[in-house]
Design a protein around this ligand. Sequence first.
Ligand code: ZN
Length: 387
Amino acid sequence: MNTWPSPPSDELSERRRRVVTAALRAAYAWTVREARPKKAMHEIARMTGVIMEAQGPGRAPNTPLDLVRALRSPLSKLSIFADSDDPVGQLALLGVDNELTPDVQDLICEYVMPLNVLTDSGRWLPDWTRMRAEQIRHQVFTAMIAMKKQEVYVASRRLLIEHPAGTAGEIGELVSKAGIRVASGYQAVPSRQLHRTELEKAWWWPCPECRWPMMVSRGVVRCGYRPHSCVYEVTKVLSNGRPTLRRIDEGSGPRKTPVARKAQDAVCLNVGVWRFIVVPGASELRIYTQLQSLGAGVELWPGFDSYDLRVTAGDQKFTVDVKEYRSVHRLISDLKAKPPRARVLLPRTHEHQYEALRAALPSLSITTEKRFLMQVRRALGTSGRAK
Ligand SMILES: [Zn+2]
C-alpha cells in the first residue's frame, strides 16, 4: 500500500471544501480555547496555514486572530468563495456568544473532509469536524461488520436510530438486551440542548422527527437539523416542576408536543453519529415502515449497507438508496465521485432537489419518497397482494 499522502487537489471545489473544513476546525477549537488552550491555539494556527494554502498567496486571513475574526462573518467574505453560488458561502461559523452557530451542525458539517491523515494532529477534535460522513458511519459499525452477521448489523443500526437519547439506565439495558456492541458511546446531553428551570434542575426535549435532544436558545426549542422543522417556545412550568412547550412555527400536521425529560442521568449520541446516522436513519426507517404497511417485503441496508432498501412488491423488485443532503451541491459532487449502487431516493423533506439533481446528472436514476411509494403501491395492486 502506498503510505504517502496524495497532494491536496488543486480543483476549486476541493480547495473550497478544505477551507470550510479548516474554518470549522478552527471555529471548534476557538469554542474550547479555555479548557484546552494549547491544543486549541495550535489548531487555529495550523488551520490558518491550510486556508492560506488553499486560497493562494496574499489573501486574508493571514494570522490566527484574523481567522477567528473572519469566522464570525459569512464564508463568502473569503476570496475563495467570492464567485460561488454555493449556499454554504452565506453561513458564518461563530456566533456573537463565541459558540458554533446552528448552521454548523445543520449544513456546514456536510462539507468536512480529512485534511492530511498522516500529519494530522487534530485527533483530539470530534470526528464530525475532521471526517467525511461515510468515515464516521464506517467507524461506528466496524465491529458489527466484522461479525459478518447482517441481522446484528441491522439491529445495532436501528437501535442507534431509534434511541439516540434517553437515561443512561434505559440505553444501557437496551444495548445489553440486544447483545450488541455500540462502538461509539453516548455522552451527557450538552448544555446547549438543556433548559434550566432553577438551580441544578435541567430538562431536555426529544425532536419529534429524530428523537435527539433539541437545541434550546433563549426559550426557543428546535432540532439542530432544520428540515426537522417544528419550533417551540417554553411556556409555563407545571406544579411538578416540568416545563412545557408550545409550537410556534407555521407548519401543520399532527405532531405530538414533546414532553420535557430530566437532564439528570440523561445521555445522547455524539453530534457525528446523530447527524450522519440518526438523521438520515429517521427517514430510512420512516420509508421502511410505510413500505411494510403497504404489504411490500423490505430489507434494510442489505449487504452491510450496499444501499438502503431492497423492496419486493408482487413480482417486482426495487433497490433504492436514500440521499438526504442539506446541500444539493455536495450531493451532486458525491454522486459524481461515487455512483450509487441503487436508484437515488430523495426523502419528503428533500423532494425539492429533484429537478436540480436531474439537470446535473441526467443519466442517473432518481425518484422521490412520494413517487416511489406510488410505484410500489401500483406494483402491489397489479399483483393483487396489496393489503
Ligand atoms: Zn431532529
